[in-house]
Design a protein around this ligand. Structure first.
Ligand code: MOS
Length: 768
């Protein structure tokens, strides 16, 4: 008898299914798409920060060689503004205002003109001939400016628990500090690109996006066409980190250029335009007040953030969102203030809000540990939120204490001497620091479709994207396990709005949303095969039930009788079917149907969700441990070593998951030490290239170790928690805390630049 093989690849470290395509250059990113007859669009950005366009001289540009069209607010058609929320309730976030609809200039770099020409060089040359005359108004750049209006937003309500003022006044130990974070800009190496082709009223767009369906909906509304006649393709995206979550004005402009010139049009943002056109992590000022008893019990936390929002934009970053539930503290209040400023409109950047908020909170907790003389880990353990601080419900899963313990063990925390400036190595000051990281649970609805074909292959697809975390790989693994089809015979398709609707790849929510959808759809597909053979006299499986079969080797067997086995291909052939195709979906946690099954080692086990109201749905947790080496003379900070212990629930592919955490750590190092989007006092950007805006490179990311702890989370069949953003949450604080431990100097302002280190070093000279 031939051996039987159960497909059981989920949970094993697998290479990316698209790795070879990517490293050989065979993967087609939006920038690689070149339809026949393609023309090139180039954008002209405002050189002023605030004001009006009085006149645009376009004659010379229009007469320049190769020019097909010059488009400005003067000749652009009306374009409608898309609403904030997608059709299935998946919040891609508020869309920016459509471009070229008025003469108002609201920020530096705002698109004010577009040239379309036969070649990119001709478009660039013509764009240089355009002369814009502006009325310059004084930009709103200071929070104190009386014209700077404050925006309240339903996403950032004030939070109050207990009585913070009284508890703070009565505390034995108090910390009250201001922390600031700099503006950071997503800089994926791949420049954002859009290629648009109209065929009558049918629009096809290749776009650097994290949400094909969101871009489709926006374009349909902007141009007043049926969403079904717009197709957005993004099978390969490249890095995006949040910059691809919104449907930006340049995407609309590429489609507009194609419509006006009746040509396929390609538009690639320049590196400088990446700083002004696809959002950024806005700067923050944060006030943290913490009160504690002498034995280290937190009694009061107050967290107030101030951050900017664009002059006519609605995108909010949730700076204080994580603070209320971070610790078991009876008195907590948070207040998030957004102030309109004449800045390029902010967007989202990996762990938006939480990366900034955790820097302030976890720095302040570290300061408290020194004030109390309690080890930073011990202080956090003593104040661990064993239950949800509001509801009192137990968490659905929470292995944060294991993150602290196992991470400390792996890192070798016990070698740390508590006194700042007490550890040295070859003339370098050595510091050990740590911080807590967390991210909320989030899983929007998602649809998928799955087919098994007569040749025995499986094809599963959904209109999601893969910006690097690896859903292409993980979904292929999931489908293989669920269907019992060898992984090399399974293909997962994505990045196409003609596929079933998927949410944005954001909020660390896609693996859960898409994974549960793929899983549910594949279970339904097997169920369809079970139904097909149920009354089939020709099948050895006649009369079988889903709970009595095992999927393996591209088919199904009666679990207790391995001889009663048949391949899907044989079933399809006998029934004269080319394929069997089933649509399915996942619902947000708490709305999962009771008929859901989960697949374990080829068998179908009923999934039981926790009873409603018995568990608080937990997100992911992490504990980050950092060793820094600081040169006492030069002020240079090197992150010598990082250990991140992560509770990500069930880890579907430890290899791609580990890569996610390493990537988050790298961005955390950049945020802590390097990244700073700088404007001058007129609001113009000073950092517009990777020479001026410095990101962490391989030399900055040295010894990194990742360990996963915890158990599958029971709130969804798959048991995952989002991990894409976990590593950067808390990472900047862990580094700043290590810098303090190394030097005795507390830097409360990111990035921890050499200039700041030297300033502080000279202030504390003589203690070295
Ligand atoms: Mo992320 S900022 O949710 O892509």
């Amino acid at each position: 008898m031939s051996t039987t093989t159960i497909v059981d690849v989920v949970g094993t470290p697998m290479d990316r299914v698209d790795g070879r395509l990517k490293v050989t250059g065979a993967a087609t990113y939006p920038i690689d798409v070149n339809p026949p007859g393609v023309a090139y669009a180039v954008l002209v950005g405002s050189t002023v920060t605030s004001g009006r366009i009085l006149h645009i001289a376009v004659d010379a540009a229009e007469r320049a060689p190769g020019v097909l069209a010059v488009i400005t607010h003067v000749n652009a058609p009306p374009l409608a503004h898309a609403p904030a929320t997608g059709r299935m309730g998946d919040p891609i976030g508020p869309q920016p205002l459509p471009p070229f609809q008025s003469d108002a200039v609201l920020h530096y770099g705002q698109h004010v003109a577009m040239v379309v020409a036969e070649t990119r060089e001709e478009a660039n040359a013509a764009a240089a001939l355009i002369e814009v005359t502006y009325q310059r108004d004084a930009p709103v750049l200071a929070y104190e400016d009386p014209r700077a209006s404050r925006v309240s937003h339903p996403w950032t309500p004030d939070y109050v628990r207990g009585d913070v003022p009284s508890a703070f006044a009565a505390a034995d130990v108090r910390i009250n500090q201001t922390y600031t974070t700099s503006a950071n800009t997503n800089n994926p190496i791949g420049l954002f690109a859009t290629v648009a082709v109209w065929d009558g009223d049918v629009l096809t767009v290749h776009d650097t996006t994290q949400h094909p369906h969101g871009v489709r909906d926006m374009l349909a509304i902007a141009f007043g066409v049926d969403p079904a006649s717009v197709r957005v393709l993004a099978p390969f995206v490249g890095g995006a980190f949040g910059a691809g979550l919104r449907a930006w004005p340049h995407v609309t402009l590429a489609a507009l250029a194609a419509r006006i010139t009746r040509r396929p049009v390609k538009l690639v943002l320049t590196r400088a335009q990446m700083f002004t056109s696809v959002g950024h992590r806005p700067k923050t000022i944060q006030q943290l007040s913490i009160g504690a008893s002498g034995d280290g019990q937190l009694t009061a936390i107050e967290h107030v953030s101030t951050s900017p929002i664009g002059m006519a934009d609605e995108l909010i970053n949730l700076i204080t969102y994580g603070t209320p539930h971070a610790y078991a503290c009876p008195n907590v209040s948070t207040h998030a203030i957004q102030v309109r400023q004449s800045i390029p409109i902010p967007g989202w950047m990996r762990a938006p809000g939480e990366a900034e908020g955790s820097f302030a909170l976890e720095s302040a907790i570290d300061e408290l540990s020194y004030a109390l003389g309690i080890d930073p880990i011990e202080l956090r353990v003593r104040n661990h939120a064993h239950v949800h601080p509001d509801s009192g419900l137990p968490w659905s899963s929470n292995a944060l204490l294991d993150c602290y313990r196992q991470g400390a063990e792996r890192f070798g925390w016990s070698a740390r001497t508590p006194q700042p400036r007490s550890m040295r190595n070859q003339g370098q000051l050595v510091g050990f620091g740590m911080a807590r990281g967390a991210l909320f649970a989030y899983q929007p609805p998602c649809q998928a479709i799955a087919s098994i074909r007569r040749d025995g292959t499986a094809f599963v697809r959904s209109g999601a994207t893969d910006i690097g975390p690896g859903p292409s790989t993980v979904m292929t693994m999931l489908a293989a396990d669920c269907l019992g089809v060898p992984i090399e015979r399974v293909r997962f398709g994505l990045g196409d709005s003609a596929m079933p609707r998927a949410p944005q790849e954001g909020g660390s929510g896609l693996t859960g949303a898409l994974g549960n959808a793929v899983h549910a759809t594949c279970v339904s597909l097997v169920r369809a095969f079970v139904d097909l053979v149920h009354d089939d006299e020709g099948s050895p499986l006649k009369g079988c039930r889903l709970d009595g079969i095992t999927v393996r080797d591209g088919g199904m067997q009666i679990t207790d009788d391995p001889v009663r086995f048949e391949t899907y291909a044989d079933i399809l052939t006998r029934h004269r079917l080319d394929e069997l195709t089933i649509e399915g979906e996942s619902a947000p946690p708490g709305e999962t149907s009771s008929a859901t099954m989960i697949v374990q080692a080829g068998r179908f086990i009923p999934y039981t969700a926790p009873s409603t109201g018995t568990r608080a749905h937990a997100g992911g947790y992490a504990a980050h441990f950092v060793e820094v080496h600081v040169d006492p003379d030069l002020g240079t900070v090197r992150v010598a070593r990082v250990v991140s212990a992560v509770d990500g629930g069930r880890i579907l592919n430890p290899k791609t998951a580990r890569s996610q955490i390493i990537g988050g750590i790298a961005m955390g190092i950049g945020m802590a030490l390097l990244e700073d989007t700088v404007s001058d006092r007129t609001g113009r950007l000073a950092t517009t290239s990777l020479a001026e805006y410095v990101v962490a490179v391989n030399a900055d990311v040295r010894d990194v170790d990742v360990l996963f702890v915890g158990d599958p989370d029971p709130m969804t069949p798959l048991g995952t928690k989002g991990i894409g953003e976990l590593a950067i949450a808390g990472m900047a604080a862990a580094i700043a805390n290590a810098v303090y431990h190394a030097t005795g100097t507390r830097i409360r302002s990111l990035p921890i630049s050499i200039e700041k280190m030297l300033g502080h070093e000279s202030a504390s000279a003589g203690t070295a």
